[in-house]
Design a protein around this ligand. Structure first.
Ligand SMILES: [Zn+2]
Ligand SMILES: [Zn+2]
Length: 250
């Protein structure tokens, strides 16, 4: 296989690992406790997050819970309605970091996710994880192609996650009465996260596809894990306000 194609395929594969780990572990498991996972899976996801994103789960969960507490009002860490669409799309990581490291948000919103021994020894050292991840790609592909694959993965990961916070609060369908939007295309490239209006309507639901025709590939992975008895769903019958149309009818 030609080296550029192999590098592209590796970047895509690593990106998928990072995106599925983000939606299943960081979002649905850590932040909303919508699912439970077998211990080996928790460790696997923590390693994947460490190697492919540099994100600390308790920081991610805290910033995200604050977003739910102050959605598109003063206090929202990354509202495009307050900050502007393109600022959130391209500077999302900076906004995230500012709130994650403000010394208040993690204590207030992620008290239940205190660091354990593995965090202190390994997972809290973000640059070590990212360095190892890049090193593995360089060993597999040669350093030039390894660095290129790492760059492509990082750029796509940052832009797609930012897209949920930016476009996902500006454009798309709004079947439920909140300020987020459903974008099926964004959902397809973000393992389901683009169904963001649904998510704000039912934040503790493990399933983000709530209406006919919607596709949530993160939920497909969770279903597979449930079928093989590696995970359980705490809430798959979402509790949310009725769609706008239903409100209008009544
Ligand atoms: Zn949102
Ligand atoms: Zn959420």
């Amino acid at each position: 296989m030609p080296e550029p194609l192999l590098a592209l395929l590796c970047a895509f594969g690593v990106l998928q690992l990072a995106l599925f780990s983000t939606t299943v572990y960081l979002h649905r498991f850590s932040a909303h406790k919508a699912i439970t996972l077998k211990p080996w899976l928790k460790i696997t996801f923590r390693v994947l997050i460490w190697l492919t994103t540099g994100v600390k789960p308790r920081e991610w969960a805290a910033v995200h819970r604050k977003h739910h507490a102050f959605t598109d009002v003063e206090g929202d860490p990354h509202s495009p309605l307050l900050l502007g669409l393109w600022k959130v799309e391209f500077l999302n990581a900076l906004y995230y970091r500012r709130v994650a490291r403000d010394g208040v948000t993690v204590d207030r919103y992620a008290r239940d996710l205190a660091p354990d021994k593995l965090d202190r020894v390994l997972f809290d050292h973000a640059f070590l994880g990212l360095g190892l991840g890049i090193g593995i790609l360089c060993l597999a592909l040669g350093w030039q192609w390894g660095l290129l694959a790492s760059f492509l993965h990082a750029a796509a990961y940052l832009l797609i996650n930012a897209g949920v916070n930016s476009f996902g609060h500006m454009y798309g369908k709004q079947p439920y009465p909140n300020t987020a939007h459903n974008l099926q295309f964004l959902a397809l490239i973000s393992s389901g996260e683009g169904l963001h209006n649904n998510h704000h309507a039912a934040p503790t639901s493990a399933r983000l596809a709530l209406n006919p025709g919607e596709i949530d590939t993160g939920w497909w992975l969770i279903r597979l894990l449930v079928m093989t008895k590696q995970a359980t769903v705490r809430l798959d019958a979402p509790v949310f306000k009725p769609p706008k149309s239903a409100v209008q009818v009544s």
